[in-house]
Design a protein around this ligand. Structure first.
Ligand SMILES: *Cc1c(COP(=O)(O)O)cnc(C)c1O
Length: 465
């Protein structure tokens, strides 16, 4: 163990300080604080020098994994490289010094209007609201718009929303929070919405359907035109979960597929670093016939997460029409290249051409080792960390038991992708030759295998001496 792997509390020495204050200062000292305002007992902070503090935080930062430190193929999360110019734009003093109530912030208004126009062109929607502060928040906002649309027409019996079984978990959750009842529609063997299963669900109680296209398996819903006409035919609306717009950029638009309402995750598709839960922005776009409903739905104070909007606008302007359109094609090419290069060692439950991501279902048991079947997706994910790659999304979607969901994005070079493929093949070989070693991975990470259930259910977030 390296000395600075110790906790800062463990290197604490009673009486050591990271600062000095003169005994007779010029200002008003502690002794002059009224008795009642003073702390009775010391705070229990570690007592260390200033360099110790600096090293503590710097070393902590280096234990982190980010898209700036390595390949991060986290399916459904679009961990792509975020150009640094976005950060410079978001940090411009003229922007960060603004108050949302300030008069005459014409530059900021122009950014919002410019972004609105660009996104409308990219998605085929008429207008966006930027208030929602995350993808799930956008879903809730979109469903509120859907409900308002029916209410306005006096169509109050529409209380159900259809969600495919492959949907992202936030979809049914948002519907429930919005007070709508969720009805599940099944996927067929090809991983697409089963139109025959959908038909009997449609009726005068259906508010609409929530879909992702390409869906969470990375597959394009080829029947979308028929689905749109069926849902519209029963009086429902189509909601598009556009969290992962990457593969569609410049290829096809949700508005042209028949969707009425959608959200985008600016932090995924339009480039904002978003690890650890933030910062986010989930603008909601609507077709022209719903545009007048937008101002009636208020879901946040002021204008939304402006910093993320700035990054998205800088990103779109920097790429321009031509390169925005290439992003979708490269993301699709990268994913298919990895899928085809690994499908002899990892089970590929749905073999068709994918879009930006795809799902393996654990290792292929090729008979080369009796225990190979025993090596799980969790073991593969943990072992990847030893090679400096972040794990893909695992055990999601829930349609497969050993799901490994890989999304390389358009920003990785062929060399990086080949290196990842090489490591995945090596791990598959290790699973046959030495499964016990694989089960003990990671061997090089600061933490090995925590009890993930307890860590999630009873997190201990404070140092307890
Ligand atoms: C990430 C994601 C969401 C949720 O977005 P948040 O910003 O995390 O709330 C919704 N749907 C899909 C398909 C996603 O990938």
């Amino acid at each position: 163990m390296k000395y600075y792997d110790k906790l800062i509390f463990e290197i604490s020495k009673p009486g050591r300080k990271g600062y000095t204050l003169p005994a007779n200062g010029y200002g008003r000292g502690l002794a002059e604080l009224p008795e009642g305002l003073r702390r009775g007992e010391p705070l229990g902070l570690p007592e260390v020098s200033e360099p110790d503090v600096v090293r503590h935080y710097t070393n902590l930062s280096q234990m982190n994994f980010g898209v700036d430190t390595g390949f991060y193929p986290l399916g459904s999360c679009t961990m792509k490289y975020n150009p640094k110019i976005n950060e410079e734009v978001a940090a411009m003093p003229g922007f960060i010094g603004l108050h949302p109530l300030q008069d005459g912030a014409d530059g900021a208004k122009a950014v919002i209007e410019g972004l609105d126009k660009a996104l409308a062109e990219i998605t085929g929607m008429a207008k966006f609201t930027f208030e929602p502060c995350a993808g799930a928040h956008g879903e809730l906002t979109g469903l509120m718009i859907m409900r308002s649309y029916h209410m306005r027409r006096g169509d109050t019996a529409r209380t159900k929303v259809i969600v495919p079984d492959s949907a992202h978990g936030t979809n049914p959750a948002s519907a429930a929070v919005c007070g709508l009842e969720v009805v599940e529609v099944k996927s067929n063997a090809a991983g697409l919405v089963d139109v025959e299963d959908l038909k009997p669900l449609l009726g005068s109680d259906i508010a609409g359907i929530m879909m992702t296209n390409p869906n969470t398996l990375g597959l394009f819903e080829k029947e979308i035109a028929e689905i749109a006409s069926l849902v519209h035919g029963c009086g429902g609306l189509l909601y598009y979960d556009g969290a992962n717009m990457n593969p569609l950029l410049g290829v096809v638009r949700p508005g042209d597929m028949g969707f009425d309402i959608m959200h985008l995750n600016l932090h995924k598709t339009f480039s904002t670093p978003h690890g650890g839960g933030g910062p986010r922005s989930g603008p909601v776009g609507v077709a022209a016939h719903l545009a007048d409903l937008l101002p009636t739905i208020k879901v946040s104070g002021f204008h939304g997460n402006f910093g993320v909007m700035l990054r998205a606008y800088a990103y779109i302007l920097m790429l321009g029409r031509q390169n925005v359109a290439l992003a979708g094609k490269y993301a699709t090419l990268s994913a298919n290249y990895i899928k085809e290069s690994l499908k002899d060692c990892y089970k590929l439950p749905i073999p068709s051409v994918c879009k930006h991501e795809f799902v393996f279902d654990g290792l292929v048991n090729d008979g080369s080792g009796p225990e190979r079947e025993g090596a799980t997706t969790l073991d593969v994910a943990k072992r990847l960390l030893d090679f400096g790659f972040h794990a893909p999304t695992i055990y999601f979607p829930l349609l497969f038991h050993q799901a490994l969901m890989i999304e390389p994005t358009e920003t990785e070079s062929l060399e990086t992708i080949d290196a990842f493929i090489g490591v995945m093949r090596e791990i598959a070989a290790e699973a046959a030759a030495d499964p016990a070693m694989l089960k003990a991975a990671p061997h090089c990470a600061p933490i090995r295998r925590p009890d993930e259930t307890t860590a999630a259910r009873q997190p201990i977030l404070k140092y307890q001496p």
